[in-house]
Write a protein that binds this ligand. Structure first.
Ligand code: F6P
Length: 326
C-alpha cells in the first residue's frame, strides 16, 4: 500500500452520541502520526458534493461532551449505484485523500467496502449507531447513552403509570434489533418486552397482564421495540384493549430523544479507543475492516462479516427479564 499522507473521516447514517469523541480520536491520532486529516461533511452525500474541511487539532476541541456529530451525517441511498461510487472515488483522489475512516452503521460499511473492492481504496470502519446491531463488537458507539436515556424516560413514565393505574406501551428504537428494548426493560423492571427476535402472541401478553393483576399489580410498562413483528406500540395497545377492555392504556413513543444528548463515559471511552485503533490500523496497512471491542479488547472484523452477520441478543435474558418482573 502506498504511504499514507492524508486521510478522510466522515460520519454516516443515523447519528449516535459518541460520534464526536470518535472524530476527535481519529483527528488527533492522525495528527500525532503527522498525517493530514480532511473532515467530510454530511457523510457520503458530502463526499459526492466535495464538502471537504481541513481538520486541525483544535477543530475537535471540546466536542466530546456534545451529542450528534460536528461533521453532520446523512443517509445516501444513491451510494448503491456503481457510477455514484465512482464519483466518490474520483473526489477522494482529487482531494489527495489516501484512506477513509467511516463512522457509522452497517449500511455505511456496505458503501465503504465497495470503495475498497471496486477501486482498492483503503477504508476502515468505526461502529457508531444506537441500535447495537453490528457484528464484530460487543457494543456500538451511542448504544450506552441511548439505553440510559430510554431508562430515565421509562422511570418517569412509571411514576405516572403507577399513580393512575395505567398500562403503558412504550416504543423504543433499535430498527430490527431488540437490544435497546431488552436492556431498557431489564433496567426498569418492565412487565413485558416485545422484540423482533422473539415472537410474542398478544393473547399470551394479555394472560400475563391478567396474571399480574391477580397479584395486585395495578399498573405496568410494556416495552415495544420498533421492529417488533406484531406491530408498533399503538397497534399492540389497540389489540390488548380489544381483549382487555377495562384496562386503562396509554402509548408513548420515545423517538429521537434516544439519539441525542451528551454521551455517557462508556460511549466516550469506546469511541476514543476505536477511533484511535482505526488510524493505527490504517498506518499498519490494515483495510476493509471494522474496529470493535470484544471482551475489552480491540479487534478488527472484515467488513464482509460485519455487514452480513448481526449482533444477536441473548434470548435467555428475555426470559430473565420476565422472571424478574413477575
Ligand atoms: O439506526 C438508528 C435509528 O435511530 C434506528 O433506531 C431507527 O430505526 C432509525 O435510525 C430512524 O431513522 P430516521 O431518523 O432516519 O427516521
Amino acid at each position: 500500500m502506498k504511504q499514507l499522507k492524508k486521510i478522510g473521516v466522515l460520519t454516516s447514517g443515523g447519528d449516535a452520541p459518541g460520534m464526536n469523541a470518535a472524530i476527535r480520536a481519529v483527528v488527533r491520532t492522525a495528527i500525532f502520526h503527522e498525517l493530514e486529516v480532511v473532515g467530510i461533511r454530511q457523510g457520503y452525500t458530502g463526499l459526492l458534493e466535495k464538502q471537504f474541511v481541513p481538520m486541525e487539532s483544535h477543530s475537535v476541541s471540546k466536542i466530546m461532551s456534545r451529542g450528534g456529530t460536528i461533521l453532520k451525517s446523512s443517509r445516501c441511498p444513491r451510494f448503491v449505484e456503481a457510477e455514484v461510487r465512482s464519483i466518490a472515488h474520483d473526489n477522494l483522489k482529487e482531494a489527495g485523500i489516501d484512506a477513509l475512516v467511516v463512522i457509522g452503521g452497517d449500511g455505511s460499511f456496505r458503501g465503504a467496502t465497495l470503495l475498497y473492492k471496486e477501486f482498492g481504496f483503503p477504508v476502515i470502519g468505526v461502529p457508531g449507531t444506537i441500535d447495537n446491531d453490528i457484528y464484530g463488537t460487543d457494543f456500538t458507539i451511542g448504544y450506552d447513552t441511548a439505553i440510559n436515556t430510554a431508562m430515565e424516560a421509562v422511570d418517569k413514565i412509571r411514576d405516572t403509570a403507577d399513580s393512575h393505574n395505567i398500562i403503558f406501551f412504550v416504543e423504543v428504537m433499535g430498527r430490527n434489533s431488540g437490544f435497546i428494548a431488552l436492556n431498557t426493560s431489564i433496567a426498569t423492571g418492565a412487565e413485558a418486552t416485545l422484540i423482533p427476535e422473539i415472537d410474542t402472541e398478544i393473547q399470551d401478553l394479555c394472560h400475563y397482564l391478567e396474571y399480574g393483576r391477580r397479584k395486585n399489580k395495578s399498573s405496568g410498562i410494556i416495552i415495544v421495540a420498533e421492529g417488533f413483528g406484531g406491530g408498533n406500540a399503538a397497534e399492540v395497545a389497540r389489540k390488548v384493549k380489544e381483549i382487555l377492555p377495562t384496562y386503562d392504556t396509554r402509548v408513548s413513543t420515545l423517538g429521537h430523544i434516544q439519539r441525542g444528548g451528551s454521551p455517557t463515559c462508556n460511549d466516550r471511552v469506546l469511541a476514543s479507543r476505536l477511533g484511535y485503533a482505526a488510524v493505527t490500523a490504517l498506518l499498519d496497512g490494515t483495510t476493509d475492516v471494522m474496529t470493535g471491542q470484544i471482551n475489552g479488547d480491540v479487534v478488527y472484523t472484515p467488513f464482509e462479516q460485519a455487514v452480513s452477520r448481526r449482533n444477536d441478543i441473548n434470548q435467555m435474558e428475555h426470559k430473565m427479564a420476565q422472571v424478574l418482573a413477575l
